[in-house]
Each structure stands twice: as C-alpha cells, then as structure tokens.
Design a binder for this molecule. Structure first.
Ligand SMILES: *Cc1c(COP(=O)(O)O)cnc(C)c1O
Length: 394
C-alpha cells in the first residue's frame, strides 16, 4: 500500500539523539536552545520558543495577546480541530469564517461582517502549507486594532511575497506564528511545536509559561554554585519540548529546503499526470504564495462519492485521506460554543450544516488528499494517477 505520508528520518537523526542521551540532560536544555536559534534563523524571526506541540503553541499565543473567557476569535472551521480547540482552552468563542475554495484558506472578504466589540484576535491558518492572504488580513487586523496569529502548523518552508521579496512563513508577518512538528508535517520531532514573534515581552512570557512559570530555570540552577530558590509568579503549564526531540529537530531543519524542492517537483508531476481527468480540480497557488505542499488536496469531479473513490483507490493499493475536517460538524462542537457570525440568535442551521460555511463543508465532502512524501517515486505517482483515473472515469 502506498501510504499518504511518511517522515524522512535518517542516520543523522539517530546519531543526534545520542547527544542528549549520553549527556544525561534529556528535557528542555541546550539542544532546545540551539534548535530555537537555528529555527529562528531559518524563518528569519527575531526569536523562537520551542514547545510540546502546535496546539499548546496556539494556546499560549492566544493567551499572550490577551484572549479571555467570553471573547471572540475569528478563525476557520475548516482546519484540524486543534485550531478551534485552542480558542476554547481560553474560554473564548471561535467565530468560523468560510474559506476560499481554490486555496482552502480563510476568505478575508468575509471577516469584516462578523467583527463585534467582543472580537479580540484573528487566528488564520496556512492550510496544508498554502500561505493565507496575510496582506489582506493584516490590513484588516491593523484597521480594527486586532492581533493576528498565524496557525503555521503545516507551513514550515512555505513562502510569501512581501514587499517585493520572497520570505518564509514564520517571520512572522502577523504578530505570532505557531508551527507543528507532528509526523504529518514536513519537519518532525515526533511531537513538537515552535512559536515565533517579534514581540520580546510575549516571547519572555512563552518561556515562562511553558515551564510552570518557573522564574529561575532548572538549567540556571543546575549550573550555579550558589543555592538559588525559584518562585512561580504566574499560573504556568508543562508545555516543554525535550532535548531528545530538539536534537532530532535540528537535523530535520537541515532537510527542509530539499524536502520542499522535492515536493514542488512531485506536485508538478501530479499536475501532468492528472490533467486528463475531466472535472478534477487541483489546488492553486496565489501569485504571491509558494506552498511547501504539506498535503496535495484534490477536488473530485462533481457527483462522485468521496468514500467510494477512496475505497477504490485503497483496493488498488493507494492510501488517501478525506479533505480537511470542519470543526463545527464534529460532536465536540455540539457541546462547545462557536459562532458563524450570524446575530445573537445564531443561524439556526441544523447540526452539521451551516449556510455561512458552505465552502468549508464542500471542501470536506468533495476533496481527498493524495500520497505525498519525500521518497514517493515517479512509478508510485503513476500508480496513484492510474488508480484515480480508474476510480473517476469508470
Ligand atoms: C497539525 C495541526 C495542528 C496541531 O498540531 P500539533 O502539533 O499536533 O498539536 C494545528 N493546526 C493545524 C492547521 C494543523 O495542521
């Protein structure tokens, strides 16, 4: 079976984890610090703070910009559910805005109409590595005095055209960007996350909060000759990354340019192979965006049953996944507060259908993700294409 995704881990990563294991310092320490500096240099950020995963990165980002219970945060339903969950961890209400069908990203034109005095932040997603329209979102955010947080979970190595230069996602162009190192993303540490910001005060808070808000870190006490007592000025969390993970991450980071270049070629090959399937819609990059193609999401010809196509492909030895989920259709969000921006009475739509989120729902129902990973061969891509042709055209 050709899998949908597969991380690229090699001898370098195996050698790298020997360092923390041999030293005996295995939790957050010198490897995390080095990984943060190398990551910040890679995305051209002033500073980067490593954490346990992207979900907690989003939680800390929302907390840093001051999101509180009852506040509203503009985001998308069409994302991995962790995006909306992070808003709920703050007790705030996610306000779901519909997506643009070609890029699967938030439609900036729909944002202004759902703003209220309770809106405290915009949390936009670079879905599947495709840069969202940061220019339009930042203009909106600045006009309304709102912070802009980027869910860049999938977007390491993606680029955006910014003042006539190509820049990597994560500088950040908004106020804070959050990355994931789950194995489905381009760079993996098993689990892991990173937060970048130009705001040193927020960065200081991230470093405090991720380690129980301990004001004198264990590394400092360990190195000190004098006895030091730490204190805990704020409610903190255990959101640390370990040095074992960071050692892997440092090697993975070196591979990212090659991984992105390879994926861009593989996507071009898919475009050539799949051009003959009538009605099939392939994802489009905006002029100003360059995707790392974390996932290749295709829209099936009208009327075709998603599950049927996926089963036919599985029978032909090709694993696929359905399109990105919509949080508002999950049972969890029948219990959790959310809004589509309709007035105080809500939209009155039945569960699992919302007239404000039709493009999001269509994308979930009509799209599938094709296999895409570093070692996917030309022959395997041809097998995928053959299976899809057979599933769509017979
Ligand atoms: C993967 C993902 C997350 C969650 O990342 P974790 O590191 O697994 O917590 C959040 N948002 C998006 C868009 C994702 O794709």
């Amino acid at each position: 079976m050709i899998p949908v995704a597969k991380p690229w881990l090699g001898e370098e990563e195996i050698q790298a984890v020997r360092r923390p294991l041999a030293s005996g310092w295995v939790t957050q320490g010198p490897e995390v610090l080095a990984f943060e500096q190398e990551f910040a240099a890679f995305v051209d950020a002033r500073q980067a703070c490593a954490v346990a995963n992207c979900t907690v990165a989003l939680h800390l980002a929302l907390k840093a910009v001051g999101v509180k219970p009852g506040d509203r945060v503009i985001t998308v339903s069409h994302s991995y559910i962790a995006t909306a969950n992070a808003v709920r961890y703050c007790g705030a209400i996610p306000v779901f805005v519909d997506i643009q069908p070609a890029t699967f990203n938030i439609n900036p034109k729909r944002v202004e109409s759902v703003l209220t005095p309770q809106t405290k932040a915009i949390l936009s997603v670079h879905q599947m590595g495709m840069p969202c329209d940061l220019r339009a979102l930042l203009d909106l955010a600045q006009r309304h005095g709102l912070p802009l947080i980027e869910d860049a979970a999938c977007a390491i190595g993606s680029e955006i055209r910014w003042m006539d230069k190509w820049e990597r996602i994560g500088k950040p162009h908004g106020d804070i960007a959050c990355f994931s190192f789950h194995p489905r993303k381009l760079l993996t540490t098993g689990d892991g996350g990173m937060i970048t910001t130009s705001n040193s005060e927020w960065d200081r808070k991230f470093r405090l909060w991720r380690q129980h808000s301990m004001d004198v870190p264990d590394t400092v006490r360990h190195a000190a000759r004098k006895v030091i007592f730490e204190s805990y000025p704020d409610l903190g969390f255990n959101y640390r990354m370990t040095d074992i993970q960071a050692a892997v991450g440092r090697e993975q980071l070196k591979r990212v340019p090659e991984i992105v270049a390879c994926r861009r070629q593989q996507v071009q090959r898919y475009r050539d192979l799949l051009s003959g399937i009538p009605g099939l819609v392939l994802p489009e990059e905006p002029r100003w965006g360059s995707s790392n193609w974390q996932s290749f999401c295709i829209r099936l010809p009208g009327g075709l049953d998603q599950r049927g196509v996926m089963q036919a492909m599985a029978d032909a030895g090709v694993a696929t996944r359905r399109g990105i989920m919509c949080a508002h259709r999950e049972p969890a969000y029948q219990q959790e507060a959310w809004s589509c921006g309709s007035g105080p009475e809500g939209c009155g739509c039945p569960d699992g259908r919302c007239q404000q989120l039709t493009e999001s729902e269509r994308a979930q129902d009509q799209c599938i993700l094709l296999p895409l990973f570093h070692h996917l061969t030309k022959a395997e891509q041809e097998q995928v294409s053959g299976a899809l042709h057979a599933a769509c055209c017979t």
